[in-house]
Write a protein that binds this ligand. Structure first.
Ligand SMILES: O=P(O)(O)O[C@@H]1[C@@H](OP(=O)(O)O)[C@H](OP(=O)(O)O)[C@H](O)[C@H](OP(=O)(O)O)[C@H]1OP(=O)(O)O
Ligand SMILES: Nc1ncnc2c1ncn2[C@@H]1O[C@H](COP(=O)(O)OP(=O)(O)OP(=O)(O)O)[C@@H](O)[C@H]1O
Length: 383
């Protein structure tokens, strides 16, 4: 059974709709709907405005041209039949997605927006276009609703690493990425030089830290520290956070630092509480663990595809004010797209080989690059 179509974007003709580029990955591009001079959040469900009502609180996610990803109806069908049932409360745990029909003129408009934005895009994505696809999807907008909201976005990748490794799969992959970048920097342009330097000086936070934050104060501190928060108001029962004291457990020294994001202290407390108590990440970890086939060892390819889908999603945690003036926490997983194992199997196997043979799982690659892997950081702290 195909997923239900919620809207045909051809009905936007004449509605003075524009699109703003929000972000992209390897397979999809995400846009915001803009209606100049109109606030669609106040539109009621009547007649011609029905389409605008449907778009409220949603972004447009469309497939990129020339990828091996499945068409969006298939991705949505899989999401409904194979992903949602893994979660007790899919409405709460997953960013909601809905099928929409595109048309050629919308695809052309989106591509014109992309062309204007090209210089701002990730260098390896520049020049890529929206596919001439019949369908796209609306996704629940998980960005900040107000500039004062607090948003945490990260990829909770490979939460069950191999017990024999000393680096998690994600950080091994990051070390490999840094090596590749260094190699191309030595042979290519100043921009790849900059990419390599940026990766070397600021490796990404290890995804295991977000899960470990449930029981480890050091992990919790590192996650909060990575967000560079400073408080705008102090709560009664906790000390405000600082760079030196990210969770606010001890008296604060200073509130503001250069480049720090000012945040309502109640929101920081709510984030700390979510990190310590959420059931979403353990649930995802358990689902990843239950499947856990290694790309090179599996016989059931559909199971492998599901495992790889669960290992490559995005988690959004948005903290905002609710209608009663209290604090609301919304934590949802997005980008749980069906993986095309036939197209990706060789890549998965080769990458696994490279990570193993290059010593990236053990941190013995040459030259060795520093990562922020939880296991390495804990090892350094202990020695
Ligand atoms: O191979 P990985 O682990 O680097 O993951 C890829 C991601 O890279 P990342 O390391 O998260 O930056 C990669 O993310 P980016 O597009 O690089 O942001 C994709 O998510 C890719 O999946 P797909 O090709 O879109 O189905 C991801 O591929 P797979 O999850 O299918 O391996
Ligand atoms: N529901 C959402 N709410 C807010 N922002 C989003 C949402 N979905 C995607 N984005 C933004 O758009 C970017 C790209 O989207 P998305 O992750 O769907 O692309 P992708 O090609 O499927 O990614 P990947 O290559 O990781 O598979 C994200 O990194 C995020 O910043």
């Amino acid at each position: 059974m195909s997923p239900k179509l919620v809207a045909d974007l051809a009905y936007l003709k004449g509605a003075d709709c524009q699109f703003r580029f929000i972000g992209e990955g390897a397979a999809n591009i995400v846009f915001e709907f803009i209606f100049p001079g109109k606030d669609i959040t106040t539109i009621q469900d009547d007649g011609d405005s029905k389409i605008l009502k449907i778009l409220q609180g949603k972004l447009l996610r469309v497939p990129k041209a020339n990828t091996k990803a499945f068409p969006h109806p298939e991705i949505l069908q899989y999401w409904e039949s194979s992903i949602s049932p893994l979660f007790d409360n899919p409405q709460e745990d997953l960013a909601q997605q809905y099928l929409v029909r595109l048309d050629n003129s919308i695809v052309s408009e989106l591509n014109a927006v992309l062309e204007d934005e090209d210089a701002q895009r990730r260098t390896d994505f520049q020049g890529t276009k929206v596919a001439e696809a019949e369908y796209g999807m609306l996704v629940e907008d998980m960005r900040k609703k107000s500039p004062t909201d607090l948003l945490l976005e990260f990829k909770p990748k490979w939460l069950t690493p191999s017990p024999t490794a000393t680096r998690c799969r994600n950080c091994a992959r990051e070390a490999y990425r840094i090596h590749k970048s260094l190699r191309s920097a030595s042979s290519q342009s100043p921009s790849s030089d900059q990419d390599a330097a940026a990766l070397l000086s600021n490796p990404p936070l290890c995804p295991l830290e977000c899960l470990a934050a449930q029981s480890s104060p050091s992990s919790l501190a590192r996650v909060i520290e990575s967000m560079n928060l400073s408080a705008t108001s102090a709560s009664l029962d906790t000390e405000p956070a600082t760079r030196e004291n990210p969770t606010g457990a001890q008296p604060a020294v200073s509130l503001d630092g250069e480049g720090m994001e000012e945040v309502d202290e109640r929101y920081r407390v709510a984030l700390v509480h979510w990190l310590q108590t959420n059931s979403l990440l353990p649930k995802l970890r358990d689902a990843q663990e239950k499947l856990d086939p290694a790309p090179e060892g599996t016989t059931d390819k559909e199971e492998l595809a599901l495992a790889m889908t669960l290992r490559d999603c995005t988690c959004f945690v948005r903290i905002s004010e609710d209608t009663q003036g209290g604090v609301k926490v919304e934590a949802k997983l997005a980008d749980l797209d069906k993986k095309n194992w036939e197209a990706k199997l060789e890549y998965w196997k080769e990458l696994e080989e490279k990570l193993k043979e290059g010593g990236y799982y053990e941190g013995v690659e040459v030259p060795r690059v520093g990562t922020r892997c939880l296991w390495e950081v804990e090892g350094e702290e202990a020695s």
